[in-house]
Design a protein. Structure first.
Length: 182
């Protein structure tokens, strides 16, 4: 009788706990600071890193980042916007701006792999940028990075999502709602 009761409690716990974890959805909200606005999961972590290596040397980089809770089963691993100052000499003309963007996106690729990853020119809010998708066969995550230079700042938008989940709506919401404030 006691063994049957314990088995019933264990079964009920599994039924109640695991579905709630796997069906978790993140609440989204607008985020805004002095440089940009975006829509992202609620309660992002906002912080600065001093002396971080950028294409412009070591600088202070501002981050707005959201990660799921450690024990939470979730289809996303990261939504992040970061930005740093971009000195005028790096954007004095379109040739210099494009060279700076290429250097910046290549530096960012090295955060994920030493393999060759193709990047593409993009435009965000009418400003020139670069983007790449890193989708390694051996891993279960996909990384999307978009960078843009606007108003003497370099913005980096990053999403890391687990593979084989329906994530297009959230990823599109994050990237398409990003607006640079002037």
């Amino acid at each position: 009788m006691m063994r049957t009761f314990i088995n019933l409690v264990i079964t009920a716990s599994v039924i109640l706990v695991f579905p709630s974890c796997s069906q978790h959805t993140n609440k989204w909200a607008p985020y805004s600071d002095a440089a940009f606005t975006d829509s992202m999961p609620e309660k992002p972590l906002v912080y600065d890193k001093a002396n971080e290596l950028t294409p412009f040397g070591k600088q202070n980089v501002h981050y707005v980042s959201w990660k799921p809770q450690t024990l939470e089963l979730n289809k996303f691993k990261l939504f992040q916007v970061s930005y740093t100052d971009c000195p005028g000499r790096y954007t004095s003309d379109s040739i210099q701006t494009n060279a700076t963007l290429d250097s910046s996106i290549n530096l960012r690729k090295r955060d994920f792999t030493d393999l060759e990853v193709v990047s593409e020119p993009i435009s965000i809010n009418g400003y020139p940028g670069r983007a790449f998708i890193y989708n390694p066969d051996k891993d279960n995550v996909v990384t999307i990075v978009k960078e843009v230079i606007a108003d003497h700042k370099r913005f980096d938008l990053t999403v890391i999502a687990k593979r084989d989940y329906p994530t297009n709506a959230e990823i599109n919401k994050f990237f398409n709602s990003f607006k640079i404030l002037r």
